[in-house]
Structures are given as structure tokens and as C-alpha cells.
Design a protein around this ligand. Structure first.
Ligand SMILES: [Zn+2]
Length: 61
């Protein structure tokens, strides 16, 4: 069970990072959203990534 949870978190993080490079497919997006709803750790990571990318785009101007 621990290994399964870890795999799902790693997969979720992979999709979070992938989303910066291209649009996710419907399947990927559904899997990611489902995982974020169930996993506070990854949900928090998602927020941090969005905050950092917003801050980075401000500094890039
Ligand atoms: Zn997770």
C-alpha cells in the first residue's frame, strides 16, 4: 500500500510538471485531479508550483 501511494504521488508530480510543457489529456487531467482531491501533500505541491510559476513570470518581465 505504501508503495502504491508513493507511485501515485510520483505519477501526480510528473503530471503536474508535464502540465507546464503541454496540455494534459482528459485521462491525465482526471487522474491528476482525482489524486489531488485525495492527497493533501500533492495538492499542496500543486499550489506551490502555481505560486512559483506566477512569481517567475512576474520576474521575467
Ligand atoms: Zn500524492
Amino acid at each position: 500500500m505504501g508503495a502504491e501511494r508513493e507511485f501515485r504521488c510520483r505519477e501526480a508530480v510528473r503530471l503536474l510538471l508535464l502540465a507546464f510543457e503541454r496540455a494534459l489529456t482528459d485521462d491525465e487531467e482526471r487522474d491528476l485531479k482525482g489524486h489531488l482531491a485525495a492527497c493533501g501533500h500533492c495538492d499542496n505541491y500543486d499550489r506551490q508550483l502555481r505560486f512559483l510559476s506566477a512569481a517567475a513570470s512576474r520576474f521575467a518581465r
